[in-house]
Design a protein around this ligand. Structure first.
Ligand SMILES: Cc1cc2nc3c(=O)[nH]c(=O)nc-3n(C[C@H](O)[C@H](O)[C@H](O)COP(=O)(O)OP(=O)(O)OC[C@H]3O[C@@H](n4cnc5c(N)ncnc54)[C@H](O)[C@@H]3O)c2cc1C
Length: 448
């Protein structure tokens, strides 16, 4: 057993929330230990680009040591956290080490929630991590290779069902439909695989306006996808999906964008988990009754401050801003000042549906825009999210405009990983991406 080596703060999870919090504390010279099961930060908003072979996995995964190399007060620990005792502010790691500190910031994010749908944990592909996206790409690629090489396809061989009509499901459907059309147009796949998106609700993008949902439906249909709203998924099998309305859709690939709950690491950490298994936090982002404990990003139910008592959504900007705010509050506490209530700057909600198609509701008042203007808003918000972990956002901007603007049918390559984005990174920047299942994935399979 060893302690954290004198760190003032332990940060659990190096996603947008954990990295931003670590940087905020390290800027002030505070000793921080950041623990993550991966040696890299993963940029979730571009996972579907990896799954659909538009970007290689390394482009959205940046090593924590690279991000934090100029901060001598930060120690990065690459290990799975197997248990947490928030009353004692102590973590146990997979290598049996024990870490403790004066402050603990829980930033462990989310994991897929299969809501007990039979077969989903066994057969569906979640899309929450770089490893998930890479597994999905490789699975789809093997079916595509077979279909491209061997003439007539068996039913559902290259068809995909995407479960969930929120932004993740809509963006994934758009990207995969585009991939199928590109392979079809270049004569490699006849007929193209059918992408079906399924949602129990009456329309896509339920968090957006009715008009935005209709826009997404129109754009996906134009891209060749099939939209099935008003019916849920009853069961997932290896070669088809059963729907609540008694019909079934043949598909050997099922993508799960149907819901999430907090990382399993908070389940037995002390506090009774709140909605979605998340940690309920105060407006100061602290966990009531647990001095020195903060929770930020997707792992936390962060009060929105409105009269209805709602929580803020699981979004990149909430994660980034709450991580930064928690760091500022810890610095206030270290100076002997009280922490301040979190003030979220709402940039709106947005989804990139595919080439030339995006929808956004900008700002707190949800001003609605579509097409290139919405894409520009999407790009601005995502470049700002990415800037917290990457210094070369201009490479991302030029890639994204190129993606949005041009017909990629000639360049999409389904048989190998796409070429890297021009980050100008050195070899040491390469993350170590393994496809081993995580503790969250194993627990999800046991308790769907
Ligand atoms: C497919 C997809 C698309 C999205 N698109 C958008 C979008 O377009 N715009 C937007 O604003 N938001 C988007 N989001 C949401 C956004 O990405 C998240 O809200 C945000 O990344 C959450 O950040 P976080 O730091 O809280 O969690 P995460 O980024 O999930 O980070 C949690 C970290 O904790 C680590 N961890 C977890 N458990 C353990 C453990 N037991 N031991 C060690 N380490 C552990 C994980 O490895 C991970 O690095 C998307 C999410 C997904 C899944």
């Amino acid at each position: 057993m060893s302690s954290s080596g004198g760190s003032d703060v332990l940060v659990v999870g190096g996603g947008l929330a954990g990295v931003t919090c670590t940087l905020g504390l390290a800027d002030a010279g505070v000793a921080v230990t950041l623990v993550d099961r991966n040696d890299y930060h993963q940029f979730q908003p571009l996972l579907y680009q990896v799954a659909s072979s538009q970007l290689p996995a390394e482009d959205i995964a940046r090593p924590h040591r690279t991000i934090l190399r100029n901060y001598p007060s930060v120690t990065v620990v690459n290990a799975e956290v197997t248990s947490v005792d928030l009353a004692r502010r102590t973590l146990v790691l997979s290598d049996r080490r024990t870490l403790s500190a004066s402050y603990v910031v829980m930033a462990a994010g989310a994991r897929p929630n299969f809501f007990g749908v039979p077969g989903a944990a066994e057969h569906a592909f979640p899309l929450y991590s770089v490893a998930d996206a890479e597994r999905l790409r490789l699975h789809l690629q093997s079916h595509l290779r077979q279909a491209i090489g061997s003439g007539p396809q068996t039913p559902g061989e290259v068809d995909v069902v995407v479960v969930g009509g929120g932004p993740t499901g809509v963006e994934t459907t758009g990207a995969l439909a585009e991939l199928m059309q590109a392979l079809h147009k270049t004569g490699r796949l006849t007929p193209p695989g059918v992408i079906t998106i399924v949602d129990r609700g009456p329309a896509l993008l339920s968090a957006f306006s009715e008009k935005a949902g209709e826009y997404a439906q129109r754009k996906l249909t134009e891209a060749g996808a099939v939209v099935r709203t008003g019916t849920g998924v009853a069961a997932v099998h290896a070669d088809h999906v059963e729907l609540d309305d008694g019909t079934s859709v043949p598909a050997r690939t099922v993508v799960w964008g149907g819901g999430e709950s907090a990382s399993s690491v908070v389940t037995d950490a002390g506090p009774t988990p709140g909605r979605g298994g998340r940690l309920d936090v105060t407006r100061e982002l602290t966990v009531d009754g647990y001095p020195g404990v903060y929770a930020v990003g997707d792992v936390a139910n962060i009060p929105s401050g409105d009269d209805a008592g709602d929580s803020l959504p699981q979004l990149g900007s909430v994660a980034q801003q709450s991580g930064r705010w928690a760091a500022a509050n810890i610095l206030r506490e270290l100076r002997g000042e009280p922490p301040k209530p979190f003030a979220y700057k709402d940039k709106g909600i947005m989804a990139m549906i595919g080439r030339n198609a995006a929808v956004a509701q900008v700002g707190k008042h949800r001003h609605e825009i579509e097409g290139p203007l919405a894409f520009a808003a999407w790009l601005g918000v995502h470049a700002s999210l990415l800037s917290g972990v990457h210094s070369k956002t201009d490479a991302f901007l030029s890639w994204a405009w190129d993606y949005f603007d041009r017909d990629h049918s000639a360049t999409v390559e389904a048989s190998s990983a796409p070429s890297r984005l021009a980050w100008g990174s050195e070899d040491e920047d390469r993350p170590h991406i393994t496809l081993e299942p995580t503790m969250d994935a194993l627990q999800g399979a046991k308790h769907p």
